[in-house]
Design a protein around this ligand. Structure first.
Ligand SMILES: Nc1ncnc2c1ncn2[C@@H]1O[C@H](COP(=O)(O)OP(=O)(O)OP(=O)(O)O)[C@@H](O)[C@H]1O
Ligand SMILES: [Mg+2]
Length: 382
């Protein structure tokens, strides 16, 4: 039988664990025309969740626009991605497609056959030399006209929204987007995993989006539900996975959605008729190995002092990073350097404080990799 666990993007019709409460809450917020900031560490399932909420909203008659700002390169690119998102969702949906073509005049859609026999939609500029802020303003104004002309509820998800913060002229882009968003009737999700950057936009008094949206932190999956989900996927695909083993799988990856799928994927590939500790241990090593390149890349992007501090926190999660004992044990150097590194690592979302104010590395597999512990003792201790 085919491996039921996903290591790539989760298709909309794939089994989805839990999140009914979140889907219901987010639908309610969107339908009452609220804007919401959805944030969590990386790979917690924000995009998958937002996709499902938008599907639910669309099934109830809303027009759902999804724009992804990952890797956005310029102000023109911001405008293009907004226009492309509108064309993509209206394509083949008359009369919306006609309306999009009529109102969104700064870009025109370009349709080409793609490798899978479908159609690839991109956009190209059609606004005679207009670029930068005037192009964004005009695009957003045309979006307003399009929305005003659409009788239904319009919901717009802006994924990786914090990426606009690093663009030149970020403040102007934020201000322009906020001004236009206030002028049309649609609800928005602002989604992102670089939480310091994203939340800064909504929590800093002088910023255009200050306190303009509900705060919605997305948590990891509940342990019992995740274990049940994993166990069912195994069983439905011909391999027995006891509740006890499924609980271990969930706990070893701190109920982290992406790793739960990937870990279980490795276990499935290795298991015979039933999941045992032997496969779990082997799968743990494959998981760490498969993430190694990404972790090396992450480490290479850090200054030496930041690497030292990251390793220290991975080895010894602690409340008082600046305490003499912690600094000495891990050879961390000057207090100032540590303070700066701490700030940078937090900004990069590599570390955070838990509810007891203890600093720890957010990603459980990164923690194993950093400490060099393939977690024999973590597993044996369970
Ligand atoms: N509720 C869920 N049930 C099952 N698997 C899930 C669930 N949520 C997330 N996943 C798994 O986690 C993976 C990552 O999810 P997703 O891309 O939605 O996260 P994200 O928070 O948007 O990540 P990023 O921060 O990289 O944008 C999915 O491809 C899927 O394998
Ligand atoms: Mg995402």
């Amino acid at each position: 039988m085919a491996n039921p666990f996903y290591i790539k993007q989760l298709p909309l019709d794939a089994p989805f664990c839990n999140r009914q409460k979140e889907i219901a809450e987010l639908c309610r917020l969107a339908e009452s025309k609220n804007d919401v900031v959805i944030h969590s560490p990386r790979r917690f399932g924000k995009t998958s969740l937002v996709r499902r909420v938008q599907k639910e909203l669309a099934d109830r008659g809303a027009l759902t626009i999804y724009a992804d700002f990952f890797g956005v390169g310029s102000i023109d690119d911001v405008a293009a991605r907004m226009a492309e998102a509108v064309f993509r969702v209206t394509h083949k949906k008359e009369p919306l497609w006609k309306s999009a073509l009529k109102f969104l005049t700064t870009f025109r859609p370009v349709l080409r056959p793609d490798a899978d026999g479908g159609v690839e939609l991109t956009v190209e500029s059609s606004s005679a030399g207009r670029t930068g802020l005037p192009l964004l303003n005009e695009t957003m104004e045309s979006l307003r006209q399009f929305i005003d002309n659409t009788g239904a509820l319009v919901h717009i998800a802006l994924d990786e929204f914090q990426e606009i913060v690093v663009l030149p002229d970020a403040v102007k882009i934020e201000a322009a987007l906020r001004t236009h968003i206030q002028q049309y009737k649609a609800s928005h999700f602002f989604v992102g995993s670089r939480r310091r950057l994203l939340l800064g936009m909504f929590n800093e008094r002088q910023r255009p989006f200050f306190q303009s949206a509900f705060d919605y932190p997305l948590k990891s999956l509940p342990r019992e539900e995740l274990a049940e989900f994993l166990s069912k996927q195994f069983t439905d695909s011909g391999i027995i996975c006891s509740k006890e083993m499924a609980i271990h799988l969930a706990e070893l990856v701190d109920c982290y959605p992406y790793y739960a799928q990937k870990f279980a994927h490795h276990v499935y590939d290795l298991a015979g008729s039933e999941v045992t500790w032997a496969e779990i241990k082997m799968a743990m090593r494959s998981l760490i190995f498969s993430e190694g390149t990404a972790f090396e890349y992450a480490i290479q992007g850090l200054a030496p002092q930041q690497r030292l501090l990251l390793r220290a926190i991975a080895r010894e999660p602690a409340k008082q990073i600046m305490a003499t004992k912690f600094m000495r044990t891990h050879n961390l150097g000057s207090v100032n350097a540590v303070r700066n590194s701490l700030k940078q690592l937090e900004l990069l979302d590599y570390i955070e404080k838990d509810s007891d104010n203890v600093w720890h590395v957010i990603d459980p597999v990164f923690t194993w990799w950093l400490t060099g512990r393939v977690s024999e003792e973590a597993m044996d201790g369970m």
